[in-house]
Structure formats: structure tokens, C-alpha cells
Ligand binder design. Sequence first.
Ligand SMILES: Cc1cc2nc3c(=O)[nH]c(=O)nc-3n(C[C@H](O)[C@H](O)[C@H](O)COP(=O)(O)OP(=O)(O)OC[C@H]3O[C@@H](n4cnc5c(N)ncnc54)[C@H](O)[C@@H]3O)c2cc1C
Length: 287
Amino acid sequence: MPNFDYEAPTSLAVALELLAQPGEVRPLAGGTDIIDQLKSNRRNADLVVDLKRIPELSSLESNGSGLRIGSAVSCTDVHNFTAKNSGYAALSESSELVGSIHIQNRASVGGNVCNAAPSADTIPALLIHEAIARTASASGEREIPLIDFFAGPGQTVLAKGEILKELVLPAPSANTASAYLRFIPRNEMDIAVAGVGSLIEVDPSTKVVTKARIALASVAPTPVRAYAAEEYLEGTAIDEATINKTANLAVQAAVPITDVRGSAEYRKELIRVLTNRTLTICLERLA
Ligand SMILES: Cc1cc2nc3c(=O)[nH]c(=O)nc-3n(C[C@H](O)[C@H](O)[C@H](O)COP(=O)(O)OP(=O)(O)OC[C@H]3O[C@@H](n4cnc5c(N)ncnc54)[C@H](O)[C@@H]3O)c2cc1C
């Protein structure tokens, strides 16, 4: 591996000073992506700044207004925390799918977001909750809706010296359910050929959907929302027929490539099937 300097500050202020230094300065959370990228020369670094010892970035809290996930919190901690709260089922499911138990213990949800892989498993679950990315740099903080955070495969809109500080998810209202499913050719340790996160809020007396959010992984240069499907489902009574129509509409948001994992047509069909299944699971969860 090429040589680089390494710092592990214990305060956010010191980390931000280090990140503002000239040259290629890269943050590290769990290191499960960045170490391999440095080793294989897909990324380079003069200095790596380890964020894991910074208390603000390792805090995970929920209150009446929502969930706050520090950017260095591990997938295991996010899974365990959200597993107890049915309002965040899709996030709980997706954080438990990242790699293996060993990977989940190291890897952060923030790192999954900042690595910006179109296939990243936690991103659709965050998008359906309309997560906000709160960032920090030596010149201050800003908030970016997560849907606007991605600039292309492996690219974010973060400026030099700017890091993701935390992800903020508004509290889901009552009568809301969510689910995340992905397709991989084996049971674990593989990248999603396609993934779908769905969230619905349903009026229990009429079964009319008052809110629908559907987000897709691995079918575009960045994670995407299936807006046409969402618009159709909102205001519609949910049943098998409307789920089928929504799943067909979700395919419109998919602009996949053909690669070794699957053809573009195959990926579109996966989006249809996974949208159908995640919405059906949501409905079952609300019963
Ligand atoms: C064997 C294996 C299996 C895997 N399986 C999956 C899988 O099933 N699904 C999946 O989605 N991913 C998978 N991954 C990829 C990886 O584990 C995840 O993307 C993980 O969540 C990355 O988190 P991390 O904390 O390790 O990130 P790191 O490697 O520390 O960082 C990733 C990137 O984000 C940047 N970064 C980290 N934190 C910040 C921050 N706060 N602000 C700005 N930039 C930051 C880093 O500089 C780097 O570019 C797998 C990886 C391995 C090695």
C-alpha cells in the first residue's frame, strides 16, 4: 500500500483543521471501503483522518422529532438501535445486510453514504425517510437533502475539507411502514444487483396511502427515487392491483447498465419484483 500519514483526533475541531490541510486528505470511518481503495490505487491519500474517536460523530439518538445518526456510527449499532423501533424497519434491514457481521461491526452507515456506490444498501432506506445530511468543515456547517448528496458513482457534493457530520431522519408518523430488499446471486457478501426501499403511510380506515416513498439502488449512476410510482400511489387505496401498477411505474426511474452482475433488462425486472414485494411487506406490517 502507498505510504500516507495517519491521524486519529478526538475532537471535531481538530479533525476539521486536519481535513483543511493542502494535499489529498481523506476521512476514514470503518475503513472497509477506503483501505481497499488505497491499497488498490483507486484512491490516493497524503493524510488519512480517522473519525472514529470523535464523540459527536459516534452518537446515535432518537427523540420525538426523529433519529440522528453520527457519521461514524457502525452498521451494527444502527441495526440494533432501529430494530427496536418499527418506524425504521427498512434501515434496520439494510444495515444488517452490509457485508458480514465483521464488516457491520466496523463499517459505518455514514461511510456507506460517503462512498456513494450506486449499490450501497443503506442509502435507499435513508432516502425513503427523506434524510438530511448535516455536514461540517472548517468554515461551518450546512444541511443537504440526501437525495442531492450524490454526484455520480463514488462522487458526492462534499467540498474539500468537508465531512458528513450526521444524518437526520424525521420521525415517521403513525401508520407508517417501511421495508428494504435487495437481490444478490448468493446469500451474503455481494453487491446488490438491484435494491428497493419502500415506505408508505396509510389511513387505516380507508387504506388510502397518504405518503409513499420508493428508492432504488444499483440501477442508475446514483441512488434514485421512483417519483412517478410515488405520485401514483399517494391518494390511492392500496391493494394487490395498485401495488402491481406502482411496481410497473417504479421501473421508469431505473436507467441501469448491463454488467457482469446482470443485464439492464434483468435489473428493471428486479426493480418491478422488489418494489412489489417491499410494498406488500409494508402492507402486512400495517395490518
Ligand atoms: C467484504 C465486504 C463486503 C461489503 N458488502 C457490502 C454490502 O453488502 N452492501 C454495501 O452497501 N456495502 C458493502 N461493502 C462496502 C462497505 O463495507 C460499506 O460501504 C461501508 O458502509 C463503508 O463504511 P466505512 O465506515 O467502512 O467507510 P470508509 O471505508 O471508512 O469510508 C468510505 C468512504 O467514505 C469517506 N468517508 C467516510 N466517512 C466520511 C465522513 N464522515 N465524511 C466524508 N467522507 C467520509 C471515506 O474517505 C471513503 O471515501 C462491503 C465491503 C467489504 C470489504
